[in-house]
Design a protein around this ligand. Structure first.
Ligand SMILES: [Zn+2]
Length: 281
C-alpha cells in the first residue's frame, strides 16, 4: 500500500515549499533535532518508501520519515477558505506555502504512528535495520534462502519480520503462504529446496501483483487502507477457497489475525487459537 501511496503523493507534494510542520500528537515525534521549525523553507523532493516507512525527503536531503502503523492515514487537503478548527484526529500537519497541507491522521484511541525528523534518512537506525526489499529487486533466491536458513521461526513470523525481509505486512504474508501452499506454522529450517523456491516465487509474484492491483484501483488517489477485496485468504474467513473449495480459516492473536486455507496449506487440519498464539509469539 505504501508504495502506491508514495507514488500518488508525488503529484501532490513534490516540489512544494514547506511553510510549517505542526506536531499535534506528542508521542508521535521520535527525534528532538532537527526541530519542526527548522524545516520551514525547504522544498520537498519525490516521496519514497523504505520498507514500511514513508520518506519525505527535502532537496537538502533532510527528511520527514513516517510509520503509519495500523491506523495512521495520510491525506492531502487544499487550503481551507477560512480558518478552521484542527481536525480531532490530526496527529501532524505539513503546510506548504501554496496553502496545501499534508495531514497525518490517526483514528481510534491507540496512537501508534511514528514520525522522525532527520538530517539524513540513511542515518536513521530504523531504516538501517531493514532486510532486503523484494519490490526493489533486492531479494534474490540466494538472499531469500540465506534469510530462511538464518532463522528458526514460523513462516508467518519470518515473513513479517522487517529485519528479515522489508515491506511485507500481515495481509501480504497470508497471501504469499497461500500462494506457496505452505502452512504459516512451518519452521523456516524445515523447507525443502523445492518449497523454498516456491515460497520465494510466490513472494515476488504476490508483491508485484498486489502492488499493481492497488495502483490500478487507486487511480491516482491516496490509498487509505489495506485492499481487502484484492486478497484471497486474508480477511476472508468463511469464504470458499477458489483452488480447493475448503473454507478459509482464521486464527486470532492479541494484535493481529492470520488467515489460511486448511485444504491447500495445512493438509486439512484446522489450527488451534490458543496453542498457536503461544507458539507464534
Ligand atoms: Zn484451498
Amino acid at each position: 500500500m505504501l508504495e502506491v501511496l508514495a507514488e500518488n503523493l508525488a503529484a501532490r507534494v513534490s516540489g512544494r515549499r514547506i511553510e510549517s510542520i505542526l506536531i499535534r500528537q506528542p508521542a508521535l515525534l521520535q527525534t528532538s533535532a532537527p526541530t519542526p521549525e527548522s524545516f520551514a523553507g525547504e522544498f520537498l523532493s519525490l516521496p519514497g518508501r523504505v520498507g514500511k516507512y514513508l520518506v519525505l525527503e527535502t532537496e537538502s536531503r533532510r527528511a520527514i520519515v513516517i510509520h503509519l502503523m495500523r491506523a495512521g492515514r495520510i491525506l492531502v487537503v487544499a487550503a481551507p477558505e477560512r480558518a478552521a478548527a484542527l481536525p480531532r484526529q490530526l496527529s501532524a500537519r505539513v503546510a506548504f506555502d501554496d496553502g496545501t497541507r499534508l495531514e497525518l491522521v490517526e483514528h481510534g484511541k491507540e496512537k501508534r504512528a511514528r514520525l522522525w525528523l532527520v538530517e539524513d534518512s540513511s542515518d536513521l537506525a530504523e531504516l538501517q535495520r531493514l532486510g532486503p526489499d523484494p519490490s526493489r529487486g533486492e531479494l534474490s533466491h540466494e538472499r531469500f534462502r540465506a534469510a530462511l536458513d538464518g532463522a528458526s521461526r514460523r513462516l508467518k513470523t519470518f515473513l513479517t519480520d522487517q529485519r528479515a525481509i522489508a515491506g511485507i505486512g500481515n495481509g501480504l504474508s497470508d497471501e504469499i503462504l497461500y500462494e506457496a501452499r505452505l502452512s504459516p506454522m512451518r519452521l523456516t529450517g524445515s523447507l525443502t529446496e523445492a518449497e523454498a523456491r516456491a515460497m520465494h516465487a510466490a513472494l515476488l509474484a504476490v508483491v508485484t501483483t498486489q502492488t499493481e492491483k492497488l495502483r490500478q484501483s487507486a487511480q491516482g488517489e491516496l490509498p487509505q487502507k489495506e485492499p481487502r477485496e484484492h486478497y484471497i485468504v486474508h480477511d476472508h474467513a468463511g469464504a470458499k477457497c477458489p483452488r480447493c473449495a475448503a473454507t478459509i480459516a482464521r486464527v486470532s492473536f492479541t494484535d493481529h489475525e492470520l488467515f489460511y486455507c486448511p485444504g491447500c496449506q495445512t493438509g486439512g487440519k484446522l489450527m488451534q487459537d490458543r496453542r498457536l498464539s503461544k507458539l507464534l509469539k
